[in-house]
Design a protein around this ligand. Structure first.
Ligand code: GAR
Length: 214
């Protein structure tokens, strides 16, 4: 890794996690957001990047394009930035195995559930429907299997009887903004790695629910 960790963030939408990471990097000399890539031209996260004077690219899916063809173009866009770390922050596309395999150990994702619960979509509604007492978010290394890579850090929130998707997702989002910049910081300080599908922080393996201090 270069002296300052080059962080590239991939988004599809609002980019509130991108904002938290930009703000976190402002206070962290070991990491810099060098670019933002969106698959949606109207993603508000692109405006956030421009406000932060961060370079942006759009890789929009073309009609009749295969997943592999899209991922090849995405890879070309990524390589321009020479990133040390690729951060998926609400990037709402499934990535091909070949693509993911190239970035194993240096690509992370945030998912709005307490993985391994509720991989995939509609996580807040699923937690409400199941009458779960708690819900949350997980930051994990990305592996080819969807939402299945080793968890690095989780944040839990309570679920109240009167909750709906809006109230619950707002509570989860607030926690996401705390944990994602912290994980980026750990990686940039070279405290975090993945070996053989196990995540390590300071050379200690991290349990399946993420880092939990004693
Ligand atoms: C976040 O809640 C993130 O966990 C979720 O998208 C949202 C993006 O919000 N990601 C996924 O669902 C990925 N499977 P943001 O654009 O405001 O950061």
């Amino acid at each position: 890794m270069t002296e300052c960790c080059r962080v590239l963030v991939l988004i599809s939408g609002n980019g509130s996690n991108l904002q938290a990471i930009i703000d976190g990097c402002d206070d962290n000399v070991s990491a810099e957001v060098v670019g933002v890539i969106s698959n949606k031209p109207d993603a508000y996260g692109l405006t956030r990047a421009h406000q932060g004077e961060i370079d942006t690219s759009c890789v929009i899916v073309r009609k009749d394009e295969t997943r592999q063809q899209y991922d090849q173009r995405l890879q070309q866009a990524i390589e321009k930035y020479q990133p040390d770390l690729i951060v998926l922050a609400g990037f709402m596309r499934i990535l091909s195995d070949e693509f993911v395999s190239q970035y194993m150990g240096r690509m992370i994702n945030i998912h709005p559930s307490l993985l391994p619960k509720y991989a995939g979509l509609n996580t807040h509604q699923r937690a409400i429907d199941a009458k779960d007492a708690e819900h949350g978010a997980s930051v994990h290394f990305v592996i080819p299997e969807l939402d299945a890579g080793p968890v690095i850090l989780q944040a839990k929130v309570p679920v109240y009887e009167e909750d709906n998707v809006e109230t619950l997702s707002a509570r989860v989002h607030e926690q996401e903004h705390a944990i994602y910049p912290l994980v980026v910081k750990w990686f940039s300080l070279q405290r975090l790695k993945m070996v053989d599908n196990i995540a390590y922080l300071d050379n200690e393996s991290i349990g399946i629910h993420g880092f939990a201090p004693d």
